[in-house]
Design a protein around this ligand. Structure first.
Ligand code: GLN
Length: 544
């Protein structure tokens, strides 16, 4: 469908955080896309950091990296996985970025004579960003997700900007959707609408009247409840859409379609409804439910109580499980706590993954789990830091280099098998200075890596400062740890794998950032396939 003007849908959130605004935006996007519209999503984050790259996973969860090397909010991962689209640096703006730009302009003298203020300078900058994303993507519909919850001081400039944005446009060109919670109170045996009413009140106080209310709830909203919410929040009953809890997040678009959410949005934007075709999507969900076996795979890392830190990895296993017709259970193993005898923790798993990470904590534990996987021929997948740890483990326990290490953890190690990349040595600022984004890699034929991709030239996303030390390449190669992927100039080791092991693969990049609901990442798909084979051979497959 070709449209001259982009339509703008704004998503705000109320009552509590973690209602899944990112998934809601993505799911609406999927339906609109299916109906023939080109869609993209912009995330506005109200914090002052220029990007989340400098935050701890405890603060922010995973940092999602785009092809063009931006460190962004994890919601961009949902957008890409659901919509099967590539996001860019433009698709995520923080308050920090907006203020930074405005202050730079002020210093240059662009506002000479003026007092620089939140209104209009910051709000103009926000709106300029929104329009720029629409223009750059030439999309029919731009969905903008505003991070945080209505009532937060931080998000006020964004909401004010949207108020101004709507002011000068035809009513049917913009839409505000407010996501709220309608909790069930057991004592009263009732769904409660008051939190929604209050949250909409806060929105209206600042001049935003939501057009649609998307109400998260653990049970159906009766007509009476919808009527009541509508009455108090100044929308019709039809504009109160229930968003029920689901087992798998990818069911959300189907539920929304059932609730006519997308049709309502298009009607309000005065756009033809187009034809919705979600057959492939439904089939995939069916396939997920039909898989009647399950296996356990261990994730050996530091943030085991913080699944947000590994959001894309969790999603990648869901995708890969679906394509292997098996349910993958993730067993979280805290490598800071693991004993010498790792077999107790790992005897029921048929695959071991060591994810990316920074800093020394938990490293020795990771090395133990890797040794266990290598020696017991359990499928192993090492991602970024996981590859680096696999290299350290191999150096110490196979090549006999006792104190081998990464210089990230031991500056004076006699065997620096992992060391700082040359161009990182002069880096002073921490923000945005890693090797970031998509880089090409060439695979050696007849390797597990090549068998997974079935291509010699691949592109994958990176986020690291350290690399495999080329001085040790020959030693590794001669002793069975082959270098299966290299940067095109042959200088950077991108992938390694162990000969004579069913599946022992490490990659310096982050494949989890390119797995999609529509298409699992080849490395995850093959890792799960190998884990399943191991599970069958070792009677570790369980009935679901
Ligand atoms: N800390 C390692 C590095 O900087 C690994 C990074 C990662 O796993 N993303 O190279």
């Amino acid at each position: 469908m070709f449209m001259k003007n982009t339509k703008f849908v704004f998503f705000t959130g109320g009552v509590v955080s973690s209602l899944g605004k990112g998934i809601a935006c993505s799911s609406l996007g999927v339906l609109l896309k299916s109906r023939g519209y080109s869609v993209t999503i912009l995330k506005l984050d109200p914090y002052i950091n220029v990007d989340p790259g400098t935050m701890s996973p405890y603060q922010h969860g995973e940092v999602y990296v785009t092809d063009d090397g931006a460190e962004t909010d994890l919601d961009l991962g949902h957008y890409e996985r659901f919509l099967n689209l590539e996001m860019s640096a433009l698709n995520n703006a923080t308050s920090g970025q907006v203020y930074y730009d405005v202050i730079q302009k002020e210093r240059r003298g662009d506002y000479l004579g003026a007092t620089v203020q939140v209104i209009p300078h910051i709000t103009d900058a926000i709106n300029e960003r929104i329009t720029r994303v629409a223009e750059k993507n030439k999309c029919d519909i731009l969905i903008t997700e505003i991070g945080g919850t209505v009532g937060d001081i931080e998000s006020l400039p964004f909401l004010e900007a949207i108020r101004q944005f709507r002011l000068n446009r035809p009513v049917e060109d913009t839409l505000v959707i407010h996501l709220t919670l309608v909790p069930y109170v057991a004592g009263a045996d009732e769904l409660k609408t008051k939190p929604t009413q209050h949250s909409v009140m806060r929105l209206r106080e600042i001049g935003l009247q939501p057009d649609v209310l998307l109400c998260r709830s653990d049970r159906e909203l009766s007509d009476v409840v919808k009527q009541k919410i509508g009455l108090f929040c100044n929308v019709t009953k039809e504009a109160v859409i229930e968003a029920l809890d689901v087992k798998v997040i990818y069911e959300v678009p189907l539920k929304y379609a059932g609730a006519n959410f997308d049709a309502l949005v298009l009607k309000k934007l005065k756009l033809p409804a187009g034809k919705l075709n979600m057959i492939d999507w439904e089939n995939k969900i069916d396939r997920y439910y039909k898989a009647d076996h399950q296996i356990n795979i261990a994730i050996c890392g530091k943030y085991v109580t913080l699944p947000d830190a590994y959001k894309s990895i969790i999603a990648s296993f869901l995708h890969a499980g679906m394509e292997n017709d098996v349910k993958v259970n993730l067993k979280w193993v805290n490598t800071e706590k693991i004993n010498d005898d790792v077999s107790k923790e790992l005897n029921d798993v048929c695959g071991i993954l060591v994810p990316g990470g920074f800093g020394e904590r938990g490293i020795e534990g990771k090395l133990k789990t890797i040794r266990y996987a290598r020696e017991n021929k359990i499928p192993f997948f090492g991602i970024c830091l996981g590859l680096q740890c696999a290299a350290i483990e191999f150096s110490r326990n196979v090549l006999g280099m006792e104190k081998a290490n990464s210089t990230e953890f031991d500056k004076n190690t006699p065997f620096p098998v992992i060391h700082l990349m040359e161009n990182q040595k002069t880096v002073k600022d921490m923000g945005g200075t890693m090797r970031l984004g998509s880089y090409p890699c060439e695979l050696q034929k007849k390797t597990k890596a090549y068998l997974a991709y079935k291509e010699e030239k691949i592109n994958e996303r990176h986020r690291h400062r350290y690399e495999f030390n080329n001085d040790y390449r020959d030693d590794f190669d001669k002793n069975g740890m082959i270098i299966s992927g290299l940067s095109p100039d042959g200088q950077l080791v991108e992938m390694i794998e162990l000969k004579g092991h069913p599946w022992f693969v490490g990659c310096q990049f982050h494949p989890e950032l390119k797995s999609r609901f529509a298409k699992a990442h080849p490395l995850f798909r093959e890792f799960v396939a190998a884990a399943l084979t191991y599970a069958v051979e070792n009677k570790l497959v369980m009935k679901r």
